[in-house]
Write a protein that binds this ligand. Structure first.
Ligand code: SF4
Length: 396
């Protein structure tokens, strides 16, 4: 028999007005937000939702303000060069989002005359807009009854209904439960109330149930399992890939960079020329002077920089060894480095360049390590013990 303090069912009717009233009082002031009960411009909702995928509110806020200042509407963004957009996006990670952002702006500004579709189905036809983003725009910008479900909302709903099926198998069940909560009117405010509850009170660890407007109806709280929910199936550990990056500095101070191929990971961004990241090439490149010479983008006296650069992407962990060289001003990239994609950039230009975080780490690691004690020749390296790992570790 169920204990008397555990609600037999989650009372949907009671949750919605309580959360809407709480949202009116406590809504977070965010740069992309309209006040409760007001609809927001679709461009602002779209831009912020794309930026917020896999990225924190704190990291996004200043970048969103900068984007909006440079490109105040979808037509302005469509007119921008892709390289400018990628450069403005640098550091936010997941660069396919920036490419899709630009492609989507061009489609809306062109074929759709500058107006976003006002339905989930219409929005989902646009580049880079998936189920979550379409529902968020439809609800927040157009007042449609739509249910965006991201990680925060997934957690809140799993707890409210005490869903014990582990993720990802529980996704469908949680989505259906979230839809059962969504009101006919003010779906945008309701979605944002769940986002705010997940971000500020129903947090992954130590949820502040004492402050929660939904506590009387929360089955996870009543059953004493809220903090453990949602359960998750164990993930396979991330594999580690390795490579060697070559930082070369010309006599006038310029650094050699290369544009990555437009399709694929970090597509269209700039990179420090490097070996591939998933082959034995890196071992060969570090195994002796000749192998370095073969893999390097320019003929030079290469030295290995002590330590490694580490970076974690969604699906793998990357360890890069770094070689450094200085060359005369007339140096040119070798054919194997694909000179058409190479360019020399002055150090002062690097902050505005479309460089992903991992490449900024590589450059910082090499340029800061110019002290002779942190460089070793290939001959010295062969005598030395394995290089210590850099402490320079951060998530994507
Ligand atoms: Fe989350 Fe606790 Fe509120 Fe339930 S009562 S929704 S677990 S904060």
């Amino acid at each position: 028999m169920q204990e008397s303090h555990i609600p037999a069912e989650t009372d949907v009717e009671a949750i919605v007005p309580g959360l809407l009233a709480w949202y009116e009082r406590e809504a977070r002031a965010l740069p992309w937000r309209a006040p409760p009960r007001a609809k927001q411009d679709a461009y602002k909702v779209w831009l912020s939702e794309i930026m917020l995928q896999q990225t924190t509110v704190k990291a996004v806020a200043p970048r969103y303000i900068d984007f909006l200042r440079r490109w105040p509407d979808v037509n302005a963004l469509a007119r921008a060069e892709l390289g400018e957009v990628l450069a403005a996006w640098a550091g936010l990670g997941y660069y396919a989002r920036a490419r899709n952002l630009h492609a989507c702006a061009q489609e809306v500004a062109g074929a759709l005359d500058g107006t976003f579709p006002d339905t989930e189905a219409g929005l989902r036809k646009l580049p880079g807009i998936g189920a979550y983003t379409a529902a968020a725009i439809a609800a927040i910008a157009f007042g449609r009854r739509a249910t965006p479900v991201d990680g925060n909302i997934e957690r809140v709903v799993a707890r409210l209904f005490a869903v014990e099926t582990p993720l990802p198998a529980a996704k469908g069940e949680i989505k259906a439960l979230a839809e059962s909560l969504t009101p006919e009117t003010r779906a945008g405010d309701f979605a944002q109330s769940l986002m705010d509850l997940g971000a500020t009170i129903c947090t992954p660890r130590r949820p502040a149930c004492g402050l929660c407007p939904a506590r009387p109806e929360c089955r996870g709280f009543a059953q004493g399992i809220a903090e453990q929910l949602p359960y998750k199936e164990e993930k396979a550990p991330r594999p580690t890939r390795r490579g060697v990056a070559f930082v070369v500095r010309r006599a006038d101070g310029a650094v050699l960079l290369r544009e990555r191929h437009p399709k694929g990971m970090l597509g269209g961004m700039l990179e420090v020329p490097a070996t591939s990241w998933d082959s034995k090439e890196w071992e060969q490149a570090l195994s002796g002077t000749e192998a370095v010479a073969r893999s390097a983008p320019v003929e030079a006296a290469w030295q290995e920089v002590l330590g490694r650069v580490e970076h974690t992407f969604t699906h793998f962990h990357l360890e890069l060894s770094v070689c450094y060289a200085e060359v005369p001003k007339k140096a040119v990239p070798k054919e194997t480095a694909e000179p058409a994609r190479c360019r020399w950039l002055m150090i002062e230009e690097l902050p505005r360049a479309a460089l992903p975080t991992v490449m900024r780490k590589v450059l910082a690691h090499a340029l800061e390590a110019k002290r002779p004690s942190r460089l070793k020749t290939q001959a010295a390296k062969r005598r030395a013990s394995p290089a210590p790992r850099s402490a320079n570790r951060r998530s994507a």
